[in-house]
Design a protein around this ligand. Sequence first.
Ligand SMILES: Nc1ncnc2c1ncn2[C@@H]1O[C@H](COP(=O)(O)OP(=O)(O)OP(=O)(O)O)[C@@H](O)[C@H]1O
Ligand SMILES: [Mg+2]
Length: 254
Amino acid sequence: MSTGSAPPILETKALTRSFSGFTAVNSVDLTIGEGTVHALVGPNGAGKTTLFNLLTGFLTPSSGTIHFQGRDITGMDPERIVPLGLARSFQITSLFEQMSLLEHLELALASGTGLTRKFWKSVKVLGRFHDRGMQHLEEVGLADRANQAAGSLSYGQKRALELALALALEPKLLLLDEPTAGMGLEDVDRTIELIQRLRHGRTVVFVDHNMHVVGSLADEVTVLQSGQILAQGTYDAVRADERVITAYLGESHA
Ligand SMILES: Nc1ncnc2c1ncn2[C@@H]1O[C@H](COP(=O)(O)OP(=O)(O)OP(=O)(O)O)[C@@H](O)[C@H]1O
Ligand SMILES: [Mg+2]
């Protein structure tokens, strides 16, 4: 259960969340090493998304603790957690179709500064975020489309724009829930390359059902089953674990 030599950026102790008697996340001790890419896998309903919701403050734990960079963030709201450097990407089903990619980034950057609505509507103010917006679009390979309407993007490109919007939150730890869901092979490989690039200077925890994605990206893998950690280690070690083969990999390879 170690993360090698990397000091922990995130640590949970006995983290638990119940929904009216049903325990979705059950006494999870999770340690994420700084600078690592960590995959969270497990069958449907294992508690992966619930765990992400707990880490990002979208759900309050029933019990247990969460420390981020040594600081107790248990029970904090997302509004307080995001500025500390812990953010997730959301699947945005309603990007503003008419708005350009750069405008999406500028709005995200401006709203992160706490400026009032009236203030950040001004084109002049948004212009301040031009360079940083372009930088995040470059990071996800969309810089050449900066002035196109978001509505003109393919599905894979929209998911990349969502990643750029998450990067605008300046996360030290970035959580990605199923970054390749619904993608064809080409977009999956493009997303793997993208995460390889954006991991530099950041820590990434992602959930994915695609074992090719997990094997390509993860330094360490945690397998969750019925809300509990079943196994943890390198992809190869976890893949060879009998309990994992029975509980999960065996099932998905069947
Ligand atoms: N708000 C809620 N109220 C009641 N039960 C919930 C709630 N959120 C999640 N659950 C239950 O908790 C369990 C874990 O759900 P969760 O969404 O965390 O699973 P998951 O591992 O992300 O699954 P998937 O791979 O399908 O996304 C499920 O049985 C789910 O029905
Ligand atoms: Mg889920």
